[in-house]
Design a protein around this ligand. Structure first.
Ligand code: HEM
Ligand code: HEM
Length: 240
């Protein structure tokens, strides 16, 4: 059964690639690029140009994810995967009892870390726009604020990344822990498909598509399609 649509998967793996690029260009440097263009022209991008371009790529991804969280497929929607403290507590208790509960889409605890990562990424882009390095580079909005403010935001850019790094480690650690306990979340994030879902849960997923309109069948999984806006699967519901 298809649980992750293509846009969500592309969002995830492009984000991973861009964050890796941002980490290398931000922390280590050396990613200067010389590109040959038609007409024997040459485009030179300094390491920080690459950094800022990748950062703006993350901005585009975040805007997309926000919109997809409102109007995308069932499992991509915030309303589907953001759950209250009771569901988070239930999952924590299950984990502490040695069980690894599965969920249709993100589980309640994972959802919390995902929201935190998205928020930290937004702060990272926001502060990057006003940041400057010790040489000649400055973010596209740095000239709009005083040097002192820009320096403060550069400091925040640095500190926020430390927190983001810790969360990413936790995220990958959690994915590996689930894997070690027999729940492979990575393959579905690549292929979109999950094989071990109970049929009643799987039947609730609708994949959004520009072609799916109210009352018209959506592409889904070849099952009953329909209006992606009329889904009522309980948020954060865990499968046995
Ligand atoms: C830069 C590093 C990473 C960031 C910022 C990141 C961020 C995210 C985000 C935002 C989501 C939510 C996807 C969505 O609903 O749109 C997600 C889900 C997921 N990520 Fe990552 N990720 C990173 C690295 C990785 C890596 C290296 C792996 C594989 C080992 C991985 C595996 C997954 C999986 C399996 C899910 C789905 C979890 C679930 O089933 O609930 N991520 N990640
Ligand atoms: C429009 C987007 C962005 C711009 C213009 C930007 C700009 C900058 C600038 C000017 C610096 C140099 C600061 C210094 O030398 O002290 C920097 C460092 C850095 N940036 Fe960005 N950035 C952006 C987005 C991002 C994003 C999205 C990430 C990660 C997800 C990121 C990660 C980093 C890291 C790891 C450093 C090194 C920090 C350090 O000094 O330890 N940046 N960025």
């Amino acid at each position: 059964m298809r649980v992750w649509d293509l846009p969500t998967r592309l969002f995830h793996w492009t984000l991973v690639a861009l964050v890796a690029l941002l980490w290398v260009s931000g922390e280590f440097g050396g990613l200067d690029l010389t590109l040959s263009l038609p007409g024997k022209r040459v485009l030179y991008l300094s390491n920080m140009d690459v950094h800022a371009l990748a950062g703006q790529g993350v901005f585009v991804l975040l805007v997309f994810r926000l919109l997809w969280g409102l109007w995308g497929s069932t499992t991509a929607r915030f309303a589907h995967f953001v759950s209250g403290p009771r569901a988070v507590w239930a999952e924590l208790r299950a984990l502490l009892a040695g069980r690894v509960p599965d969920a249709v889409g993100h589980n309640p605890l994972g959802a919390l870390s995902i929201l935190a990562m998205l928020a930290l990424l937004a702060v990272q882009v926001g502060t990057g726009l006003f940041a400057r390095d010790d040489f000649f580079f400055e973010g596209p909005l740095a000239h709009r604020v005083t040097e002192e403010t820009s320096e403060r935001l550069t400091g925040l850019h640095h500190e926020n990344f430390e927190i983001l790094q810790a969360l990413i480690l936790l995220h990958v650690g959690a994915v590996l822990y689930y894997w070690a306990r027999g729940r492979n979340l990575v393959v579905p994030m690549i292929t979109g498909r999950k094989v071990d879902l109970p049929p009643q849960a799987a039947a609730q997923i609708r994949l959004a598509s520009p072609l799916a309109r109210p009352g018209h069948p959506g592409p889904g999984d070849g099952r009953a399609g329909g209006d992606p806006h009329s889904v009522s699967f309980p948020a954060g519901a865990l499968c046995p």
